[in-house]
Ligand binder design. Structure first.
Ligand SMILES: Cc1cc2nc3c(=O)[nH]c(=O)nc-3n(C[C@H](O)[C@H](O)[C@H](O)COP(=O)(O)OP(=O)(O)OC[C@H]3O[C@@H](n4cnc5c(N)ncnc54)[C@H](O)[C@@H]3O)c2cc1C
Ligand SMILES: *[C@@H]1O[C@H](CO)[C@@H](O)[C@H](O)[C@H]1NC(C)=O
Length: 444
């Protein structure tokens, strides 16, 4: 239910704090951001470039255009979802508060603890309707440019301009007090350049364009990368492929054939492609393969933003961003919801969204620009001290609970329940175990 503006403490000083806010993207992050903004009394417009809401969860059986690994193949920015995907977190962890979450209701007839993607999409559609967000979404509206106010900061009448391309192809410009960026970060493939790749004669594909295992039948496949997708896809193609070889760094403790499978091997990272086209792995083995399947993740990408004060560096670190959400120079009027990974993602979206909505109304106070910049520098310093690589800037391990509790405190929410924390940690252990069967065993 929307809180009445009159009762909001934000109004106490008489400053109008109900803002006109543009949200870029109608995936899970954009939907919950819009809900929280509306609840706080803001006026909201959600721009969605595709013809449907749900982002990642809107499965499309067509690969996303030519494979990005082909020569200059265009990436359309479609979903990276594959046919068989089931959530890797239990349904209780994939809802939004205040609503019948996935936990309490079955939406697309898939009552399993770890439902398929259709169930999650159906939940998101129901959430958009029931929260009233649906009426604020413009479909087929691609944001092509977001520009800050031209004048001096705080100047009367100066607003952010959002240029967007509608169905007709024409670009229109609308003005807003604030912009929340929720464009997702699982669409632009990150592909490591393997040494000697020019000698590779086989196929290459990124998991972004993986849909079904059939094309890999009887092949020898090298899966590069051992993230959640790498594990899941390797497991799936092992059912039809001749051999699956997983190459990953930080894997030295379990090299060799995997007991659970007749045809899956673990390797250290790929060292190079040899002159004869064989792959040499860092532990010394070589493999002759048909296909390299990159499960190496994605780039953060904000093609509509061109700000000197904010960049994505070559280590895929977006900064400077205070707590992964606010660029100090533009806070609270520009914000990002959904950057962090390795946490309870939907809950993280919701907490970040509440924080943004409260910061815009004035209910949550942010430090000064200098204070936020100092906090970002301190975060980088801590990363260095603990040996966390820069490419893991937005990976919330191991501090995920601390971070979520910090966000909760900003918006007056209780700390995370121990039970949720345990549920998440148990699920994460299962993900890395390579034993997909965990999804069908009841949780202890
Ligand atoms: C294969 C796969 C499996 C996953 N499994 C899980 C899981 O089991 N559990 C879990 O919690 N998470 C999982 N995730 C993470 C998933 O990304 C998040 O759950 C969540 O869907 C991300 O939401 P988002 O809104 O940030 O981004 P997205 O879902 O990508 O949505 C972004 C939206 O923004 C739109 N957009 C982009 N650019 C523009 C623009 N310029 N103008 C207008 N609109 C734009 C896009 O069209 C899209 O609709 C998985 C991800 C992948 C790829
Ligand atoms: C944010 O926008 C408001 C007006 O909507 C303005 O008063 C304020 O100065 C802006 N803040 C920054 C940092 O630009």
């Amino acid at each position: 239910m929307a809180k009445s503006l009159e009762s909001s403490p934000a109004q106490a000083d008489g400053v109008p704090r109900a803002r006109a806010v543009a949200v870029v993207g109608a995936g899970a992050a954009g939907l919950v951001a819009a809900r929280e903004l509306l609840r706080e009394g803001h006026a909201v417009t959600v721009f969605e470039r595709s013809d449907r809401v749900g982002g990642t969860w809107a499965y499309d059986p067509r690969p996303d255009g030519p494979d990005p690994l082909g020569s200059g193949g265009a990436v359309h920015g479609g979903s990276s979802m594959y046919a068989s995907l089931r959530t890797n977190l239990p349904r209780e962890l994939m809802g939004f508060s205040g609503h019948e979450s996935l936990a309490g209701r079955v939406f697309a007839g898939d009552p399993r603890e770890f439902p398929g993607h259709r169930e999650v999409l159906a939940f998101l559609l129901a959430f958009a309707e029931e929260s009233g967000v649906a009426g604020h979404i413009r479909l087929r509206a691609e944001v092509v440019r977001v520009a800050p106010p031209l004048g001096r900061r705080g100047e009367e009448g100066e607003r952010w301009s959002v240029s967007w391309r509608g169905e007709s192809g024409e670009v229109a410009v609308d003005a807003f007090d604030a912009v929340v960026v929720c464009n997702g970060h699982c669409t632009v493939p990150l592909v490591p350049k393997l040494r000697g790749i020019d000698k590779w004669r086989g196929k290459q594909i990124h998991s972004h364009n993986y849909r079904i295992p059939e094309p890999f039948r009887d092949q020898i496949v090298v899966v590069v990368g051992l993230g959640a997708s790498g594990v899941d896809i390797a497991r799936e193609i092992s059912q039809v492929a001749k051999e699956v070889h997983i190459a990953s760094r930080n894997n030295e403790h379990r090299l060799g054939k995997i007991d659970l499978y007749p045809n899956v091997w673990m390797h250290a990272e790929v060292e190079c492609i040899e002159d004869d086209g064989q792959l040499r792995l860092a532990e010394g083995t070589t493999v002759t393969a048909d296909t390299i399947l990159y499960c190496t993740g994605y780039h953060y990408h904000f093609p509509f933003l061109d700000l000197d004060e904010l960049c994505v560096d070559e280590d895929n670190s977006v900064g400077p961003l205070y707590k992964h959400v606010f660029p100090p120079k533009y806070a609270p009027n520009l914000s990002f919801v959904g950057l962090p990974s390795k946490t309870i993602i939907f809950q993280s979206f919701e907490l970040e969204s509440k924080w943004v909505a409260h910061a815009l109304s004035g209910r949550a106070a942010l430090p000064s620009e200098e204070g936020m910049l100092a906090a970002v520098q301190e975060h980088y310093r801590q990363m260095e001290e603990s040996g966390k690589p820069r490419r893991h800037t937005h990976v919330l391990m191991p501090e995920w609970v601390e971070h979520m509790n910090w966000l909760a405190a900003q918006v007056g929410e209780p700390r995370m329940e121990a039970q949720r924390q345990e549920m998440y940690e148990r699920a994460v252990e299962c993900i890395w175990s390579l034993d997909g069967g965990y999804r069908d065993r009841s949780q202890p």
